[in-house]
Design a protein around this ligand. Structure first.
Ligand code: NDP
Length: 326
């Protein structure tokens, strides 16, 4: 028997989360059983620990969209007992039981071998949020980063913190947008050269084009902020749209696309093909400074998760939570 965070739905339709003991036979089917070392908390985890947000299909459910650990049993040639692996995405922790347990069973296709230079704890400090930040950096590089600082929105969150640290390490000036003035020192520690107040950018678009300021952007916020910053991009610059912390709408005009050749790049971390996952994890191991990653970590255990899930939905988690499931 081993520990797992089980979310169940009562007859009143309300969900509740509790640490319980389950057995190997309770785990879903899959070719690889992993002894989980660490997991983490992303925005989606907040939804799945709590009301579900339409992501969870069946109850009882084990959330946790990310985990890192050691292969304990495998019927797939690609993985042997003792291999270190990481998993993000593929709807694990949503449609399939996830990483908030001491063991997980998944499809071999979903796993990625841990790259050299990254242990399980640091891999979970990265997690889906950091992996997505790396995908966004790669997308900006592929389209060319222009002169001027790179803007990172939702900067003290998971995606924003890792994006800031990677971009700064690659030599870019980073302008970090935050609604929490008390995060300024933390963001400078992550490598931000400029702090932009959320209120400077989250007003509804009044003029479709403003002064050209940003050489690129990683946007975790969406909504009015994304609409507004499109009109502030340098000619030919790109915005990697990653998240919707501020809203799913996009009340913008097409003028920045037509008159300034601005590119809006969609970033999805869930269904990324294996080769690109491997490339992104390899880049994380080389391009994300480990001292900055360590400074983002907030440690937690399985029993902390109900509170942390609620906190991340309220935008109150800073940096990256690392959950020691053991
Ligand atoms: P976090 O909650 O850690 O970070 C989000 C940050 O956005 C907050 O810390 C806050 O930063 C800012 N924020 C929160 N609410 C608002 C608001 N109303 N208006 C403006 N800014 C706000 O989440 P993650 O970093 O893990 O994820 C960020 C977004 O990216 C989420 O929407 C998530 O669903 C999405 N995502 C998408 C992925 C993909 O595959 N495309 C993968 C992973 C995440 P501050 O206090 O500094 O302003």
């Amino acid at each position: 028997m081993f520990n797992a965070l089980i979310v169940d739905k009562g007859e009143d339709g309300k969900t509740s989360a509790q640490v319980k003991q389950i057995g190997l036979d309770d785990l879903p089917e899959g070719e690889v059983t992993v002894a989980v070392d660490y997991s983490t908390v992303n925005y989606k985890d907040g939804l799945c620990i709590g009301p579900g947000g339409g992501l969870v299909r069946n109850y009882p459910h084990v959330p946790g969209i990310d985990f890192a650990g050691t292969v304990e049993a495998s019927s797939d040639d690609r993985y042997a007992v003792g291999d270190k692996v990481v998993l993000t995405g593929w709807r694990v922790g949503e449609a399939h039981w996830g990483g908030y347990a001491q063991k997980a069973r998944v499809k071999a296709d979903w796993l990625v071998p841990l790259p050299d230079g990254l242990d399980a704890r640091r891999a979970m400090a990265v997690g889906t949020a950091g992996f997505t930040a790396m995908l966004a950096v790669m997308a900006l590089e592929d389209h060319g980063i222009k002169d001027g600082p790179v803007l990172v929105t939702g900067a003290s969150g998971g995606v924003g913190s890792v994006a800031t640290a990677i971009l700064s390490n690659l030599g870019y000036s980073v302008a970090a947008v935050t609604g929490r003035p008390e995060s300024a020192d933390y963001l400078r520690e992550m490598g931000a050269t400029e702090i932009v107040a959320r209120t400077d950018l989250n007003e509804t678009v009044k003029r479709p084009l403003e002064g050209e300021r940003w050489g690129g952007c990683i946007d975790a916020v969406g909504g009015d902020m994304l609409a507004r910053l499109l009109g502030q991009m340098q000619y030919g610059a790109s915005v990697a749209a990653v998240g919707l912390a501020g809203g799913a709408g996009l009340p913008a005009t097409v003028i920045p696309f037509l008159l300034r050749g601005v590119n809006l790049l969609g970033i999805d971390s869930v269904m990324q093909p294996f080769e690109n996952r491997q490339r992104a994890w390899g880049r994380i191991a080389t391009d994300l400074p480990m001292d900055k990653l360590d400074a983002m970590i907030q440690p937690a255990t399985l029993s902390d998760l109900p509170k942390l899930g609620a906190d991340i939905l309220k935008g109150q988690v800073r940096g990256r939570v690392v959950v020691d499931v053991n």
